[in-house]
Ligand binder design. Structure first.
Ligand code: S3P
Length: 427
C-alpha cells in the first residue's frame, strides 16, 4: 500500500496511543503461564503482539479480546498444551526469542517460525544460553528460524550477556522460571527491564543488583489485572513530527516512561527539544506520564556506547531529526541495527538518498549531515514498521508530496499510525 504524505504546516492536539509493544508481549506470555485470568487493558494493537496472542492460543490458552482489552486464562507453569502445528511468530523477534525460553522447558516438542524478515534474524543469541540450561533447540543453519524445540529438563545458569538484548535476557529469565534454583543474568549494559517488573507483578521472586538479575525458579505466578501504557517508541514519531514542524504543540497522554526507555526524552532535550512531562505516575511498576512537546530548533549530537543500546528502536526517527538539525547526528556502536526487521543502517541511508540527503554509512553506524533539505520522493518502508513511520515524519517537511511504499508495515507496531497522524497535522 502506498501512502501519500504532504508537508505539514503545524502539528497540534492531544492524543493517546496504543499500548506498549514490549510490555504487551510480556503480559501475554506471563499471563499464559500464570494461574487464573489476567485482564490486560490497552494491549498493543500491533500485529507483533497479535502474533504472541496467536502462539499463546495455539498452546491451549484461552484468550478473549474486546477491543484493546485482552483476557488471558492462564494455565499455570505446567498447563500449556502441545501445539497442533508450527507456531507463527510473524514478523516478531520478541515473540520468537522470548517464547522460546518457555517452549524449551515444556514436556512436548514444538516448532516456531516467522515471516521472511524474521527468518533472516539470528537466534543463536538465545540458543546458546538456553542450551547451557539443557534446552534442545535446532535451527536452520544452526541459527535462523524455524526453531525445532524438543523437551528437556532445564537447570539454572549464571550467564553474562555478550550483547545488550532485553529479548535474550527475557528468554533466559522465562526459562529460569522452569529451572530448580537460582538463574542469574548479568548484562553488559542495562537493557529495558519490563520483564523484571512484570515478573514481580505476577509474583516471581527476583533480585536486581545493578546489572545482575537473580530469579528463583518454580514460582507460583498469579493472574493479574494490568494496564499497558501508551508506547513511547510509537510516541517518538509524534514527538519528532511536532519538533520538526514550526508552531507545533502536542500532548501525548499516558506514555510509558520506564527509565530504561526514557533515554529518548533526555536525548531529545540534549538536542534542544522543548519537552515537559506532566502527571507522572506509576502503574503496575511502570512509570507513566503525559508528554508535552513543542517545536524547537534542534542541535545535532552523537549517539554512541550505552546510549545506542538505550535508543536502538528510535534511531531511524532520530536520524530524521538529526538531518534537520543544525549540526547533524553521528550514530556509532550500532551494529545491532543491521539485524533488526531490516538492516536499518542500509534502509535509513537509502531513503535519505532518495530525499537528496547524503549519509555516510559505516559498518556500525552512520554520519548524517545537518541542515539537510528533504526532497519529496518515493520512499520505501522495505517492510519495516519503524522505517515506514520515520520517513513519514521526514516527508512532513519535504518540499512537496512524497509517497511511502509498503506503508502498511507500520501496522506491525502501530496500525492506527496514519489515522492518528492525520488527526494532528494541519496540511
Ligand atoms: C525489545 C528489545 C529490543 C528492541 C525490540 C523490543 C524487547 O531488541 O529492539 O524492538 O521488547 O525486549 P533486542 O533485545 O534485540 O535489543
Amino acid at each position: 500500500m502506498d501512502e501519500k504524505i504532504s508537508p505539514a504546516r503545524r502539528v497540534s492536539g492531544r492524543i493517546r496511543l496504543p499500548g506498549d509493544k514490549s510490555i504487551s508481549h510480556r503480559y501475554a506470555i506471563l499471563g499464559a503461564i500464570a494461574e487464573g485470568p489476567s485482564r490486560i487493558h490497552n494491549y498493543s494493537t500491533g500485529a507483533d503482539c497479535r502474533s504472541t496472542l496467536g502462539c499463546v492460543r495455539a498452546l491451549g490458552v484461552q484468550v478473549e479480546e474486546q477491543g484493546t482489552e485482552v483476557v488471558i486464562h492462564g494455565k499455570g507453569l505446567d498447563g500449556l498444551r502441545a501445539p497442533q502445528s508450527s507456531l507463527d511468530a510473524g514478523n516478531s523477534g520478541s515473540t520468537i526469542r522470548m517464547l522460546s525460553g518457555v517452549l524449551a522447558a515444556q514436556p512436548f516438542s514444538s516448532c516456531i517460525h516467522g515471516d521472511e524478515s524474521l527468518s533472516r534474524r539470528p537466534m543463536d543469541r538465545i540458543m546458546k544460553p538456553l542450551a547451557q540450561m539443557g534446552a534442545a533447540i535446532a535451527a536452520r543453519e544452526g541459527r535462523f528460524p524455524p526453531l525445532e524445540i524438543t523437551p528437556s529438563q532445564l537447570r539454572p545458569i549464571e550467564y553474562l550477556l555478550p550483547v545488550p538484548s532485553a529479548q535474550v535476557k527475557t528468554a533466559i529469565l522465562l526459562a529460569g522460571l522452569y529451572a530448580d534454583g537460582m538463574t542469574v543474568v548479568e548484562e553488559p549494559v542495562r537493557s529495558r527491564d519490563h520483564s523484571e517488573i512484570a515478573l514481580r507483578e505476577f509474583g516471581a521472586g527476583l533480585k536486581v543488583e545493578k546489572r545482575r538479575i537473580s530469579l528463583q525458579g518454580r514460582p507460583r505466578l498469579a493472574g493479574r489485572e494490568l494496564r499497558a501504557p501508551s508506547d513511547l517508541s510509537s510516541a517518538a514519531f509524534f514527538l519528532a513530527a511536532a519538533l520538526l514542524t514550526p508552531s507545533s504543540s502536542l500532548v501525548i497522554e499516558g506514555v510509558g516512561l520506564n527509565p530504561t526507555r526514557a533515554a529518548l526524552l533526555d536525548f531529545l532535550i540534549s538536542m534542544g527539544a522543548s519537552i515537559r512531562v506532566l502527571n507522572l505516575d506509576q502503574a503496575n511498576g511502570e512509570m507513566v506520564g503525559d508528554i508535552q512537546v513543542s517545536s524547537a530548533p534542534l542541535r545535532g549530537g552523537v549517539i554512541e556506547g550505552e546510549m545506542t543500546a538505550a535508543l536502538i528502536d528510535e534511531i531511524p526517527v532520530l536520524a530524521v531529526l538529526g538531518a534537520a538539525s543544525e549540526d547533524g547526528l553521528a550514530i556509532r556502536d550500532a551494529s545491532e541495527l543491521r539485524i533488526k526487521e531490516t538492516d536499518r543502517i542500509a534502509t535509513v541511508a537509502e531513503n535519505f538518498r532518495r530525499m537528496g540527503v547524503a549519509v555516510e554509512v559505516q559498518p556500525d553506524g552512520m554520519v548524517i549531515p545537518g541542515r539537510s533539505q528533504f526532497r519529496a520522493a518515493r520512499l520505501d518502508s522495505f517492510g519495516d514498521h519503524r522505517i515506514a513511520m520515520a520517513f513519514t515524519v521526514a516527508a512532513l517537511r519535504a518540499d512537496g508530496e512524497s509517497v511511502i511504499e509498503n506503508a502498511e508495515s507500520a501496522s506491525i507496531s502501530f496500525p492506527e499510525f496514519f489515522r492518528t497522524l492525520h488527526q494532528v497535522i494541519e496540511p
